[in-house]
Design a protein around this ligand. Structure first.
Ligand SMILES: Cc1ncc(COP(=O)(O)O)c(C=O)c1O
Length: 418
């Protein structure tokens, strides 16, 4: 609908007010908002509310930012040098520091290969925007982070979901993935380690994915925002280290590893050994003008943050994540009616609901709603991740809260079990 009419080749504004929202805004849906905010139940007033739903490690205050990050920001604030506009692709000092820290023998980086963005969310938006046109399709994981769908559909890009296999630590079903590819497939998006699965791909599996991409000449958007957040025997392999031929846009940032999601710092690394992405590179630089990146203070603090925060800080974070994951798997794995896939990384665990074992719970939405209503515990239903009859649990709450929540989940399941 427009707010004008054309009569005899003359444009006449309408006489009445008519201000519709744009098509793009109407195509933009947030599945989390749709499911959680439209929930028609209220928590049990007699039980303290415990949320295991938000992928924000700072939520309960037990995962603390390192002092070095605070000092780095204070230094910038007091310098009077970090208040102005910055280049659209990000300040050079930060791009130099990132290139130095993340370059490897197999996948070297220069500052020109790096764009700073407003969180990994913005990086994903730019990457999807630069690789896909309206009418094309993008291959997304199922289960997968819902922002991929939101970003793609708002741009008129068709989402095709490839299956992850719970029985194989959430590896990609590569035959299914291949069956989705056609002439209109613009790129493959993979997320490793995964939200919501808490999985971490083996080197061999990553190589198989790359082999397929080489075969179909598919560029990859690789969301590695949880890079290095792995535990147990699991080793994280950056995808770009494993190929000399497949072009990759790697997405990452400070949000999770440095426990500062609110600071909104993300980046794109362009890996392109054979100059396939020359046009895409210029396209990204052009698109960066849409937002003008993360704020200037945090951009200028990046060299200090990534160079001087000690490895022991990351090790401690991973240790706590591992302990919480073990606790979650041990307790939830023994509850009747549930089955778990033990996580290897990130801060999530998918818990399957054997709906046939419950007398009055039909699906994950009902499980979630009744759990809130009766036990005041909030998880996210699998539907949000296109994976019904699972719930996603965020494993970052303090141990006492996790124990309390799991005790209530146990009582709930026993009560509703056949
Ligand atoms: C898989 C994944 N990618 C990207 C993001 C977005 O990160 P940021 O907060 O830096 O925008 C998240 C946030 O939860 C995520 O889980």
């Amino acid at each position: 609908m427009t707010s004008y009419v054309i009569n005899n080749n003359k444009l006449t504004r309408m006489k009445e007010w008519h201000v519709p929202a744009s098509i793009v805004s109407k195509r933009t849906v947030n599945p989390i908002r749709d499911v959680v905010y439209n929930m028609k139940v209220t928590p049990n007033p007699n039980k303290e509310y415990i949320s295991l739903a938000l992928g924000d490690p700072t939520y309960y205050g037990n995962f603390k930012i390192h002092e070095n990050c605070i000092d780095a920001m204070i230094t910038q604030l007091k310098s009077y040098n970090a208040n102005g506009y910055v280049p659209a692709i990000g300040v050079e000092s930060a791009r130099i520091a990132l290139a130095k820290k993340f370059s490897t023998k197999e996948a070297p980086l220069t500052p020109e290969d790096i764009l700073l963005t407003s969180g990994a969310s913005d990086a994903l938006s730019l990457a999807i925007n630069v690789l896909c046109n309206e009418g094309q399709n993008i291959l997304l994981p199922r289960p997968g982070f819902s922002l991929y769908q939101t970003l793609s559909e708002s741009k008129g890009i068709e989402c095709r979901y490839y299956n992850l296999l719970p029985d194989r630590n959430w590896e990609i079903d590569l035959d299914h993935l291949s069956s989705l590819i056609d002439d209109k497939t613009a790129c493959l998006l993979i997320n490793n380690p995964s939200n919501p699965c808490g999985s971490n791909f083996t080197r061999q599996h990553l190589e198989s994915i790359l082999y397929l991409c080489e075969n179909y000449k598919l560029p990859v958007i690789c969301d590695e925002i949880y890079e290095d957040m792995v535990y147990g025997d699991s080793i994280f392999y950056p995808l770009a280290n494993l190929t000399k031929t497949v072009p990759i846009l790697k997405i990452s940032g400070l949000a999770k590893r440095y426990l500062i999601p609110g600071w909104r710092v993300g980046w794109i690394f362009i890996y392109d050994h054979n100059n396939i992405l020359n046009e895409v590179r210029s396209g990204l630089a052009a698109l960066a003008n849409l937002i003008l990146g993360a704020n200037s203070l945090v951009q200028r603090a990046i060299p200090d943050i990534i160079t001087n925060t000690p490895q022991s800080f990351h090790d401690e974070t991973n240790k706590s994540l591992e302990e919480n994951a073990k606790l979650s798997a041990n307790v939830l794995g023994k509850i009747p009616g549930l089955h778990i896939i033990v996580p290897q990384g990130a801060m999530y665990m998918m818990v399957g609901i054997n709906v046939e074992e419950f007398k009055d719970i039909k699906n994950d939405i009902e499980f979630n709603e009744k759990l809130v209503q009766e036990e005041s515990v909030l998880c996210l239903p699998g539907k949000i991740f296109h994976y019904p009859n699972y719930v996603r649990i965020v494993t970052t709450a303090p141990t006492a809260k996790l124990n309390e929540a799991y005790e209530r989940i146990k009582e709930f399941c026993v009560r509703h079990h056949v």
